[in-house]
Design a protein around this ligand. Structure first.
Ligand SMILES: NC(=O)c1ccc[n+]([C@@H]2O[C@H](COP(=O)([O-])OP(=O)(O)OC[C@H]3O[C@@H](n4cnc5c(N)ncnc54)[C@H](OP(=O)(O)O)[C@@H]3O)[C@@H](O)[C@H]2O)c1
Length: 299
């Protein structure tokens, strides 16, 4: 039997590179859309087992990549994430999160490729509202979902959007919470943080990857048209408690100056909890186990 063929956008990123690794291991024929300037370091060790298509930014360029790859499933993870935007960010944000995705689905439709796993964010649902974007980044995710509805209506495109919460795991190049905790634990220089009363919903990387695979399986059902699911751990932890858990699991307490920073504008105090769970998927890694695996700590 021919291997299944995947085309991945955002494959040089934290989650996308882990998805590439998993698909390669599972025997998929993996094609990636990258840019000239993309750093490929997250793909170390599998570069010779994937096919790269370099996108020049044009619609014709992505058409050519799709025509060549002819995947069965497209996993769209590429995105520019910004907590808060500045006026100078607008073009890049719209280009990465709306223009690029639209070019991709246009090229999919033109090449008879109809199965798409898209990536959204829990930030589309501030205070668990039906739609209330935490940031302009979240608004662009919503706008792209609306564009997808158009393609679902007028072409045979079928889409599952996975709305992710905070994802953590090994090899995370982003300067996010655990990188900061790790650094503070190592240097013992106190970390300036908000009062820390917000709840967080953290999903371990491997569980997120399983969700992508489950969504791809689900797309083989022709009844699926356009669906969206929350990829939640189902377990909310107060940030203050999380820092204690991290210190306990790693054996190194993290020095934090609680309250030395204000909460952010539209800080998420309670993550979205009204999303539909993805059928057939459950998170398997609890926070202690996840931290151990992320930090390479044996029991
Ligand atoms: N990580 C989380 O906790 C989290 C939470 C909620 C939602 N998400 C969503 O999950 C997805 C993956 O997140 P991540 O953390 O793995 O992202 P990441 O590490 O920041 O990687 C972003 C990826 O998007 C690519 N990209 C950005 N703009 C592009 C463009 N215009 N054309 C082509 N590629 C472009 C980047 O490619 P280059 O190498 O060329 O820059 C990179 O591969 C994103 O859609 C994100 O919004 C993530």
């Amino acid at each position: 039997m021919n291997p299944r063929k995947a085309l991945i956008t955002g494959g040089t990123g934290f989650i996308g590179s882990a998805l590439c690794r998993r698909l390669v291991t599972d025997g998929w024929d993996v094609h990636l859309v990258v840019r000239n300037e993309s750093a490929l370091s997250q793909l170390d060790g599998i570069l010779d087992r994937v096919t790269l298509g370099v996108h020049d930014g044009s619609t014709e360029g992505i058409q050519a990549i799709l025509r060549k790859a002819k995947p069965t499933t497209v996993f769209h993870l590429a995105s520019l994430f910004l907590v808060e935007h500045k006026p100078a960010d607008i073009e890049a944000l719209i280009k990465s999160n709306i223009v690029f995705g639209t070019q991709l689905v246009e090229a999919m439709a033109a090449n008879g490729v109809y199965e798409l796993v898209n990536t959204g964010t829990s930030w589309q649902h501030f205070e668990s509202h039906e739609y209330d974007p935490v940031s302009l980044y979240a608004a662009t995710k919503q706008a792209f979902e609306s564009i997808l509805t158009f393609y679902v209506k007028v072409t045979p495109l079928r889409v599952i959007t996975l709305k992710l919460f905070d994802t953590y795991g090994p090899n995370d190049p982003r300067n996010k919470l655990f990188s900061l905790l790790r650094r503070a634990a190592k240097t013992q220089v106190p970390l300036a943080m908000s009062p820390g009363e917000q709840l967080v919903d953290l999903v371990y990387l491997d569980d997120v990857i399983e969700a992508y695979l489950e969504a791809a399986r689900r797309l083989s059902d022709p009844e699926v048209q356009q669906e969206a699911y929350a990829v939640s751990s189902g377990c909310l932890i107060r940030l203050k408690e999380l820092v204690q858990i991290y210190g306990r699991v790693t054996g190194i307490p993290v020095p934090v100056e609680w309250g030395s920073r204000p909460y952010r504008f539209r800080e998420v105090m309670i993550p979205w909890h009204k999303g539909l769970p993805l059928p057939g998927w459950l998170p398997r890694t609890n926070i202690e186990e996840g931290i151990r695996r992320m930090e390479g700590i044996c029991r």
